[in-house]
Design a protein around this ligand. Structure first.
Ligand SMILES: N[C@@H](CCC(=O)N[C@@H](CS)C(=O)NCC(=O)O)C(=O)O
Length: 422
């Protein structure tokens, strides 16, 4: 029988146990027709959680509240669950990061956010303190993630689930790219995690906020300010105005329904003789004679008017000291490029005889430039230097060929890994 979770569909604290359940093969279902502010204030609900907060999990042995406790319970239902860690030190570190995510990150996000939307008193120095504490915590996390793909060990644990859910509150409602780009390893980690299939199944597509919400004055505060004329200020006759309607407050972090997406400008470009899918098919189906068939086919199809080719070089190769971390980094980049699948093809190579390894790649994009939406939405783009391929230069064309065919050695170095985006 499924366990029943009381929370709204987009409640990030509820996501913790839903994602843990996906990883653990445990059945957890959301209670149908949950309405924030109504369902959680009924006498029946208050018997499960006396302070009326969500999430709450109904189990055969009674209810549990507090999202971390619920996620731990769900995780422990599976014997020897890798999400829990396998040694005392790993288990302690998982707890360490769970506490850190709630107390150092989640709490400061709330201290910053709630006064801005009028749900707590806004005091500028208090906000400054919250932002600075949040930055200190994110900085520490960023440093940890510079040399670790996951928070603990070499695979996802409950620490990654709780941390990612907590960060997702910040990413979606409060912290725009201009804020998070200060923490590049955290960025890589966050976007890699939210794109893992078990996360995506629960969270859907995570969209980072474009801006920190402005401070909203409560109608009472506005009235009060308007009613009190400043000392010595002559009284002006105000024209009669409709009172400002207060904006409806969002129910905590629960999201609004997504707006319909506008058409991608790349779909409005003049038609091209090159059909990207034909090239991808040729690339995938060529098993022998790669130069003669696939590479020749590529140049026969290539349309320099409708497409452009780009070399990229990772800016921070000195970080690439561990092969699997480097390969995961590239894997995460390709996952995040999913949004450009209709308009791009890419090859990413990890090369080097010894650490630090070099990460470089070749990308084919629809249009004469790198599409703006890719630059805006895939944060990895900033981690690379980009150079347009000059196809009148035979040496550059040969480099393109070698990248497409995974030439080994590549430019005199061992090819550690080659990944294709198609
Ligand atoms: N520490 C709690 C926080 C729960 C919480 O703040 N829930 C919010 C929604 S995200 C809530 O129920 N607010 C309603 C209220 O405050 O009455 C947890 O992690 O479960």
């Amino acid at each position: 029988m499924a366990l029943v979770l009381h929370a709204g569909k987009t409640n990030k604290n509820g996501y913790k146990s839903l994602i843990a359940a996906e990883y653990s093969g445990v059945k957890v279902e959301l209670v149908p027709e949950f309405e924030m502010g109504v369902s959680n204030k009924t006498p029946e609900f208050l018997k499960m959680n006396p302070i009326g907060k969500v999430p709450v999990l109904e189990t055969p042995e009674g209810p549990i509240f507090e999202s971390n406790a619920i996620a731990r319970y769900v995780t422990r239902l599976k014997a020897d669950n890798p999400l829990c860690g396998s040694s005392p030190i790993d288990r302690a570190r998982i707890e360490q990061w769970i506490d850190f995510s709630s107390l150092e990150i989640g709490a400061n996000i709330a201290f910053w956010y709630l006064p801005r939307i009028g749900r707590a008193v806004y005091i500028a120095p208090a906000e400054e303190a919250a932002i600075s504490a949040l930055k200190r915590a994110l900085g520490a996390l960023n440093t940890h993630l510079a040399s670790n793909t996951f928070l603990v060990g070499h695979s996802v644990t409950l620490a990654d689930i709780t941390m990612t859910c907590t960060l997702s509150i910040g990413y979606t409602i409060l912290m725009p790219k201009s804020f998070t780009s200060e923490f590049p390893h955290l960025e890589r980690y966050f976007w890699t995690m939210v794109n893992q299939p078990n996360f995506k199944k629960v969270m859907g597509d995570v969209k980072q906020t474009d801006a920190t919400p402005p401070v909203v004055k409560k109608p009472a505060q506005q009235k009060e300010a308007a009613a009190k004329p400043k000392k010595d200020e002559p009284k002006k006759k105000e024209p009669k105005r409709e009172p400002a309607k207060p904006k409806p407050e969002p129910a905590d972090d629960e999201e609004e329904a997504p707006k319909p997406k506008p058409k991608n400008p790349l779909d409005l470009l003049p038609p091209s003789k090159m059909v990207l899918d034909d090239w991808k098919r040729l690339y995938s189906n060529t098993k022998s004679n790669f130069r003669e068939v696939a590479i020749k086919g590529f140049w026969d199809m290539y349309d320099p008017e409708g497409y452009s080719l780009w070399f990229c070089n990772y800016k921070y190769n000195e970080e690439n000291t561990v092969t699997f971390v480097t390969m995961n980094k590239v894997g995460g980049f390709l996952q995040r490029m999913d949004l450009a699948r209709k308009y791009a093809f890419g090859k990413m190579l990890v090369t080097g005889d010894n650490p630090p390894y070099r990460v470089q790649g070749l990308w084919l994009f629809r249009g004469p430039e790198i599409p703006q939406f890719v630059m805006d939405e895939c944060y990895d783009m900033e981690l690379y230097d980009w150079k347009k391929v000059d196809i009148s230069d035979e040496a550059q064309k040969e480099r393109v060929n070698q990248m497409i065919e995974d030439a080994e050695p590549f430019e005199g170095e061992t090819l550690v890994d080659a990944k294709c985006f198609k």
